[in-house]
Design a protein. Structure first.
Length: 308
């Protein structure tokens, strides 16, 4: 089971160079790795891809959404509890290593946590980018998964994670890059990421699940989302069939017991129904250094297509 480690961890382990296909996902909080791309990572790790996870914050401001976990003791130890949940979920997904970028959850806009100087959203951008670049140069991922600009869900930490991941595309490959007071050589040897993707919450997925909730006579959690979110599926370049990994993705999500109510809507539909209705996880390729050129009209089914 991969224990989360500090971003300073070095030198590069031998298993990195031994893995011919490597992928890294950059997420804002513990639980994000289970709700976005978990099936994809499970599938790729089963095929021999070395998958690594970067979690930017400790999730200190996350609400306890499972009534069974609501207690004074858990609230006092919430960061510790969320780290245990992250460890379990990342193991279920198949991550070989989990790195902590080391910042504090910023909370939502216009809240007291959002104004803390140690909140992720308020830290020095170049210093945070240096931490991420050091991890990337250590793990040398061919493919990186990150967030879009998060206009539909403007959580400060998700937006900051997006900015860092996009900046790392150039910075990881730039031998002259270094934050103030750091020598470039301290960050490791430059590394060119081959492909950078954004996770995509499929409009089609929400539609078919919404319709299934209504067909069963249940209140749908997706109605409001569909009413306020534009259909951006036309940007999708990559569609991964994860029908065989739906169970593992749900198991990873269930590991986040403070965040996921087992009787809530995330797990309400049977596994086989979800796998039948929409057995895909989708992505948008936004940076590319390979000859692979997927489009919405001709999508790829392999994140590592074109990587040699």
């Amino acid at each position: 089971m991969p224990q989360p480690v500090d971003w300073r961890w070095s030198p590069r382990p031998a298993e990195v160079d031994a893995a011919h296909r490597r992928l890294m996902a950059v997420h804002a909080h513990p639980d994000d790795e289970a709700s976005k791309g978990a099936g994809t990572v499970a599938k790729l790790s089963e095929s021999g891809v070395r998958a690594t996870l970067v979690t930017c914050t400790g999730g200190e401001e996350g609400d306890i959404l499972n009534p069974a976990m609501e207690s004074h003791e858990i609230r006092l130890r919430l960061p510790e509890v969320r780290m245990r949940e992250l460890t379990e979920a990342s193991d279920v997904c198949g991550y070989a290593a989990v790195y902590l970028l080391g910042y504090r959850d910023s909370g939502m806009p216009d809240t007291d946590p959002n104004n803390r100087p140690d909140a992720f959203v308020n830290v020095d951008f170049e210093e945070a980018l240096g931490r991420l670049v050091r991890i990337m140069r250590r793990e040398r991922p061919h493919v990186v998964l990150g967030y879009d600009a998060h206009e539909a869900y403007p959580h400060p930490d998700h937006i900051m994670a997006h900015r860092l991941t996009m900046a790392a595309w150039d910075a990881a490959a730039d031998p002259s890059f270094a934050p103030a007071g750091i020598e470039p050589a301290q960050l490791g040897e430059p590394w060119e990421i081959r492909k950078l993707y954004w996770f995509h919450w499929s409009h089609r997925r929400m539609v078919v699940l919404h319709e299934e909730f209504l067909r069963r006579g249940w209140e749908s959690p997706f109605g409001e989302w569909l009413a306020h979110r534009a259909d951006t599926d036309g940007a999708v370049t990559t569609r991964i069939d994860v029908a065989g990994q739906v169970g593992r993705a749900r198991e990873a999500l269930s590991a986040h017991r403070t965040q996921v109510d087992p009787d809530g809507f995330w797990l309400k539909l049977p596994e086989e129904v979800v796998a039948r209705l929409h057995p895909y996880e989708e992505y948008v390729l936004v940076r590319n250094r390979t000859a692979s050129e997927p489009t919405a009209s001709n999508p790829e089914d392999d994140l590592l297509a074109g990587v040699t």
